[in-house]
Write a protein that binds this ligand. Structure first.
Ligand code: GLA
Length: 408
């Protein structure tokens, strides 16, 4: 059983109320953006390849109010005040502040870097005029679990400002802007998958995305009809994409593509001889080429309504990430091996790796057994207790209509 997560509507109403207490005025609105699980297609996005993530039923919510130049001090016109309900122990809120004119890459730290990065991207990449605003954040996406909690914040801020400032940005453009925020402002060289899932996900489906063109299609993922669940095993090993491992993998892939005379690994046909590459680069390239093929196979199987049948491909993806791409870790391997031994149809690490979460595709009636086995195995190895919960494919980001008003 999952610990209960309050419905989005209730969270949004509470957030609105809290916003009024913190800032002394009602927000202009509340926007939601989900985290994501990647079903398959790992470390393929920055190689212009294929991915198949889905938006999950855990999300960031932001309540936002633009500054009113006519009724507020001019000195504050370009100030952004931020508060988050995710606060250090003993604090009611975690607060931050920046001025839009003073934004420079790396100049804002902690969680505030994500909203600041979005503002920076809107101003410097989209040429938008962004006034100051107040923002209150609340999230049910676990932080550091590899479920894209930071992208959920960025996407929520992007959709909020897109609507409030009437920028008219479409979803692929918003995905590119949040990638710009991550790459140029936060300093993490990540790809386009996470924000795309958060922006373009659809309930009951996975998102089949071509990261070269950003063309996407939804592929039905009727878990319940097949008596299946996707169980997340958060190892609690905190990962960071700003650390060296992720960018080293990215550079290896770029070197491999160049050595094969291709602009990116997407342009390297399956079956191309990799003999001329050094052993490490060969393993990295082999993972990416194989992973793109596995995504296409999973899409074919889901279209044929063979949901249980994708399990072996998920497990093959894990083996390739562990052995060839070398981005797994002992906790992720233990989670995967134990889930499989306890009856999961397939399991793999999800997201960038080096920690974070694994997913297991399990039959509903076997979920409890898999959970118990994973908890026991972690305890036996002396690893910290993992967090286990199921996720469902949810809708991408949007506004949450809040009916509460201060007068009521
Ligand atoms: C992280 C990045 C994504 C992607 C994955 C690996 O989640 O943010 O862009 O590269 O790692 O598939």
């Amino acid at each position: 059983m999952n610990a209960p997560v309050p419905p989005v509507q209730t969270r949004a109403e509470n957030l609105s109320r809290r916003f009024a207490e913190v800032y002394g005025a009602e927000p202009d609105g509340v926007w939601r953006a989900p985290g994501r699980v990647n079903l398959i297609g790992e470390h393929t996005d920055y190689n212009n390849g294929f991915v198949l993530p889905f938006a999950i039923d855990r999300s960031a919510l932001v309540a936002v109010r633009l500054r009113r130049p006519d009724s507020e001090p001019e000195a504050e016109a370009d100030v952004v005040r931020l508060a988050s309900t995710y606060a250090p122990d003993g604090e009611a809120l975690s607060r931050a502040l920046f001025s839009i004119g003073g934004l420079e890459p790396g100049g804002v730290g902690g969680w505030a870097a994500y909203p600041a990065g979005v503002v920076y991207a809107l101003v410097h990449s989209a040429g938008a005029a962004v006034p100051g605003f107040d923002l209150l954040l609340d999230s049910t996406v676990p932080v550091g679990a590899g479920l894209s909690s930071s992208h959920a914040v960025e996407v929520a801020v992007t959709v909020a400002l897109n609507e409030l400032l009437e920028l008219g940005l479409d979803r692929p453009r918003m995905a590119r802007l949040t990638q710009y925020a991550e790459n140029e402002f936060v300093g993490a060289p990540t790809g386009i998958m996470d924000q795309s899932a958060s922006l373009m996900g659809q309930a009951g489906s996975a998102l089949f995305l071509d990261c070269r063109s950003l063309d996407s299609e939804t592929v039905p993922l009727p878990l319940a009809r097949h008596g299946l669940e996707v169980l997340v095993i958060d190892t609690r090993v905190v990962h960071s994409h700003a650390d060296g491992g992720y960018s080293a993998r990215r550079s290896s892939c770029e070197r491999g593509a160049a050595a094969l005379g291709a602009a990116s690994l997407r342009e390297v046909p399956a079956g191309t001889s990799l003999d001329g590459l050094d052993a490490e680069t060969r393993r990295r390239v082999r993972h990416v080429l194989g992973e793109n093929e596995r995504v296409l196979q999973v899409v074919r199987q889901l279209r044929a309504d063979d949901v249980g049948g994708i399990g072996t491909l998920l497990t093959a993806s894990h083996a390739s990430l562990r052995d060839d791409f070398e981005v797994s870790c002992p906790e992720l391997d233990l989670a995967v091996d134990t889930a499989l031994a306890a009856g999961a149809l397939g399991a793999r690490m999800t997201g960038g790796g080096f920690g974070g979460s694994a997913i297991a595709l399990v039959r509903q009636e076997e979920e409890e057994r898999v959970r118990a086995a994973v908890l026991a195995a972690f305890a036996e190895r002396g690893f910290p207790e993992p967090a286990l919960f199921t996720v469902l494919p949810a809708d991408g980001a949007g506004r949450v209509r809040v009916t509460w008003s201060r007068g009521e």
